[in-house]
Design a protein around this ligand. Sequence first.
Ligand code: SAM
Length: 284
Amino acid sequence: MEKLSNPQVTIQIIKKYDFAFQKRFGQNFLIDGHVIEKIIKAADITKEDTILEIGPGIGTMTQYLAEAAGKVYAVEIDKNLLPVLAETLGEYDNVEVINNDILKVDIKELLGEDAGNVKVVANLPYYITTPIIMGLFENHIPAKSITVMVQKEVALRMQAAPGTKDYGALSLAVQYYAQPYIVANVPPNCFMPRPNVGSAVIKLTRWDNPPVKVNDEKLMFDLIRASFNQRRKTLQNGINNAPNLNFTKEQVVEALKEMGLPETVRGEALTLEQFARLSDLLGK
Ligand code: SAM
């Protein structure tokens, strides 16, 4: 069939199946072939690769993925899209559609032997961007890269450097696991229906080894979250007020002193290396 990136074809399919867009599932379908080609190019896909696509929608990007990759697993929550996908992906025998919530799927089990070769590619449902990305990292899914469309503001947060307004827990978490690179900005008119926000494609290339060494990853991330929980407060207050952390004020001040940082320092001033050091000092 003709590609769905042609908006007329998308409109025909939507009408034929009397499909009603579900806002609660973040359904904004791509209708721009150039944007899809940019995503495919950035993801650097070969026939050796297995792709995990999150939320294929009516299959617009899946058609391109199926042509470029060896195998595509496409996880879609909306069961109303299954008959549509059966038609739009009918000619590809290397696509498996899984009707499930991506946050509930055991991805390692799904991919089996293909897990080592996987690249994640998706136009993400924006309402669950962070849990999806953090889930992939924290469950240690061995994805080589994650190339995704996200809300522009979120892409900026993922790529932000210390001391900037976008810097926060998400920047640190993403940068601990991967190297972020914003591939393209994408305006609302590339989607149907148009989202209310700007979008961007970001590629996260997983580090072979994290860029910093830390004794207790979990403690470091608990400290990071606590430090940014109350943005305008000092790091020390954030850590003291965190119900899941049990450090005295003196312990935190002592650790900061040892690092040559003032008592009044805020979380946004610390680099990933400094959070790792703080975690090692407090965890001693
Ligand atoms: N890939 C399609 C495209 O680019 O045209 C659709 C992208 S749309 C932004 C997000 C898709 O994710 C929708 O098809 C939506 O139904 C699906 N989705 C939403 N929440 C999901 C979840 N928890 N698990 C799997 N898919 C989900």
